[in-house]
Design a protein around this ligand. Structure first.
Ligand code: SF4
Length: 95
């Protein structure tokens, strides 16, 4: 249904006939960590995320996975691959 709270006119899965079904009955505004993200929407009621209703929760356990202003680190998969190769070499007796 169409939002009737902080994003009027925007289609939303949380909007029901009885009102917004999201926690607190409306979207929550962005947090400091969101500064610079392209997904921030400027609305008359404030700044909101275009893809997630509660930005604070996206940053609670680390970096928001939807953030456009944060570079992802790609070191971890490479290290895992090398550990697998080392394990196979060790098993084959080629260390
Ligand atoms: S995508 Fe993440 S970082 Fe960007 S505005 Fe939304 S919650 Fe904030």
């Amino acid at each position: 249904m169409i939002c009737q709270t902080v994003k009027p006119g925007v289609e939303c899965v949380f909007m029901k006939k009885a009102g917004c079904g999201y926690n607190g009955g409306k979207c929550h505004s962005v947090v400091d960590e969101c500064t610079g993200c392209d997904r921030i929407e400027e609305l008359p009621s404030g700044q909101y995320c275009s893809v997630y209703p509660d930005p604070r929760l996206k940053w609670k356990n680390g970096t928001c996975n939807f953030a456009t202003h944060v570079k992802k680190q790609s070191d971890t998969p490479k290290a895992t691959l090398n550990a697998l190769k080392a394990s196979k070499r060790k098993a084959a007796g080629r260390m």
